[in-house]
Structures are given as structure tokens and as C-alpha cells.
Design a protein around this ligand. Sequence first.
Ligand code: AP5
Length: 223
Amino acid sequence: MRVILLGPPGSGKGTQGDLLEKRHGFPKISTGDLLRREVRLGTPLGKKAEASMGRGELVSDEVVVEMLQKRIAQPDCRSGYILDGFPRNVAQALKLEKVIGTGPEIVFDIHLREQSLVSRLSQRRICPGCGAIYSLLTLSPEKRDVCQACGSSLIQRNDDTPKVIKERLKVYHEQTVPLIDYYRRRNVYHKIDGEGKVEDVFDRISAILDREMAKLKGAEAAR
Ligand code: AP5
């Protein structure tokens, strides 16, 4: 199953992607995580990407598509994957389809009020070791510093500052929103209400995913 998670910064793509990976076994691939890893390792790709990321702008399509292409060629992606943060514009969607020869089977677009996005991003902490995502709103004070999964020290992303959040939202509206129409026309688009508890959002996504997976299995069996 090829799933895409769309949505503005802070809408919960990473959080929901992790839950979907746990439940369905398809790897969650976040282009943001892949890029942050390259930056941390100081690779040539990371050096190219770092400045754009720090400003809240998109990294060039060529760099991101090449990186993603390598990742989805790995054996764990054979029966499917969940893309978090890719594509970010119609050009990337077209490039992906060219590379894999087909489009996604399902696209979830998580929506949230701008006020909630900004609040969630300002309260986010991440683990630079394993990529786990946390929120100060739900972490108890004694657990605010250390990742509960791998023990690394939690950090705030350097693009989670008010100025960069504003730019990321602008880029989302200008470049990513056109993908809504693009996937609507392909009948794979599902808008998800991202307000409320993590588990409630996950239930909304799962109900649609289960239904669509059953339909696909039925169609395969009928062939
Ligand atoms: P990326 O890392 O993809 O950032 P993003 O799209 O801006 O999305 P975020 O990771 O900020 O948010 P999210 O929706 O995953 O929310 P999360 O689950 O963490 O990209 C970063 C940069 O890399 C880009 O700006 C660009 O430069 C570059 N890049 C990446 N992909 C690219 C591409 N394809 N092309 C070009 N450049 C690219 O949740 C946020 C917070 O809310 C967390 O604290 C979480 O715990 C909390 N939370 C989640 N759900 C809930 C809930 N239901 N209730 C309360 N809190 C919640």
C-alpha cells in the first residue's frame, strides 16, 4: 500500500505516520527526517539542504527526489510505504510517479486551524537519535529532557521558531496546497480533521484506510 500524508507543518503527519507504521508494518518515510539526518552527518547533500531548511523553504526537487528514490528502493518498501512530507509540490508528485511507474493508492490530508498548528510546533520536542516526536503539552516535567525510546537528549527543531514557522506555512499554502486538487482528480484524496486527541485522529484515518484496503483486496481477488 502506497500512502501519502499531506498537511501543513505541525498537522501531525509524523505522529500519525509512526502509528500507521506500527499498526500496518509499512515503513514511514519522512523526507524531513532523511534531510535532517544528512545535515547532522554533514554530508554534501546535508550541506546543500541545510540553508533552505533553516529558512523554512523547500529543498530542491532534484535533491529530495533522488534521496527518496534511494530509500524506496530498499527491500522493506517492497509491499508499500507511508510518505510523510513528500510530495511538497505537483512537480515532485509527477517525478515520483515517473520513478515508480504509478501513483499513491491513498492520500490523507490532515487539516488543522493555524492557531493549533503554531501552538503544536512551538511545544514540539524531537529525539535527534531515533526521530521520536514529543510535545511539552503531554510530557510530564520529569520526562521533558530525555527520549523515552532511546535515551538521547530531546531538542527543539531549529525551524520551530515563530519566524521560520511563518515562512513554512507560507510555503505550504503557495506550493503544497495545489496537490489537493491534483490528488482529488485522481480519486485518492481524503481530508482528515486533525483537531482532537492523537488517538481520535488515528481512528479517523484508520477507518478510511481499512475500508480502502478491503476494497483493493476485493478488486485483486476478483481479477
Ligand atoms: P518536515 O520535517 O517534513 O516538516 P513539516 O512538513 O513542516 O511538518 P512537521 O514535521 O513540522 O509537522 P508534522 O505534520 O509531521 O507534525 P508532528 O507529527 O511532528 O520538513 C522540514 C523541512 O525539510 C521543510 O521545511 C523543507 O525545508 C525540507 N523538506 C522536507 N520534505 C521536503 C520535500 N519533499 N521537498 C523539499 N523540501 C522538503 O506534530 C507536531 C507536534 O504536535 C508534535 O509535538 C506532536 O507531538 C504534536 N501533536 C501531533 N498530533 C497531535 C494531536 N492530535 N494533539 C496534540 N498534539 C499533537
